[in-house]
Design a binder for this molecule. Structure first.
Ligand code: HEM
Length: 161
């Protein structure tokens, strides 16, 4: 083996390996989808049925699913964001799929904040009402983005799963 071979072996660029989502990330995604379904049916469903605001067991189901959704969203953000970075050529997700993913994170963050903050008196009655409306409409964006992201995952080529 001569010196130039050694140098070229050492300096050869290592192809960047796209990070795979681990079991915890996949589990968190499943929990996020299941609790998101409960929250969307109780929250968006109540609004679309013209029965807002939520009451009784519907409100209890909404409030019970919310903490698990918040934790799952946080774990998904930590475990998926590395492999879905915008502009990452080695990513296994398509550009549109990545767009839906980041929209889920952004809308999810707004939904969480606007769901929790009105439970405090910090912003007064008008602020609470504005946050309630923000929560309602951000939740609809979140629901749509999550459905489209799920569809993009189901339709992606088997080789990238
Ligand atoms: C940490 C997460 C969440 C918390 C703490 C939370 C909490 C709340 C609360 C306190 C209300 C007002 C209940 C009322 O007075 O009627 C509400 C309403 C609502 N939530 Fe959530 N929520 C969360 C997540 C979600 C998610 C993920 C969705 C849907 C994907 C959602 C959709 C809705 C909708 C659409 C309404 C308004 C329903 C109406 O029109 O009256 N929420 N939420």
């Amino acid at each position: 083996m001569n010196g130039s071979t050694t140098a070229s072996t050492t300096l050869a660029p290592t192809p960047s390996r796209p990070a795979r989502i681990g079991i915890l990330g996949r589990l968190a995604y499943a929990v996020m989808c299941l609790t998101g379904l409960v929250l969307a049916v109780t929250g968006v469903g109540t609004f679309l049925a013209g029965k807002a605001p939520m009451t009784h067991w519907v409100l209890m189901a909404h409030a019970s699913a919310a903490p698990a959704f918040a934790m799952a969203l946080a774990v998904v953000a930590l475990s998926w964001s590395g492999s879905t970075r915008p502009g990452d050529a080695a990513s296994q997700s398509g550009g549109l799929s990545r767009f839906w993913f980041w929209l889920v994170l952004l809308a999810g963050f707004v939904v969480l904040l606007s769901g929790v903050v009105p439970m405090t008196p910090v912003f007064g009655t008008h602020g609470q009402h504005a946050l309630y409306l923000t929560h309602r409409y951000a939740a609809m964006v979140l629901t749509g983005a999550l459905i489209l992201h799920l569809v993009s995952l189901v339709l992606r080529p088997k080789s990238s799963r």
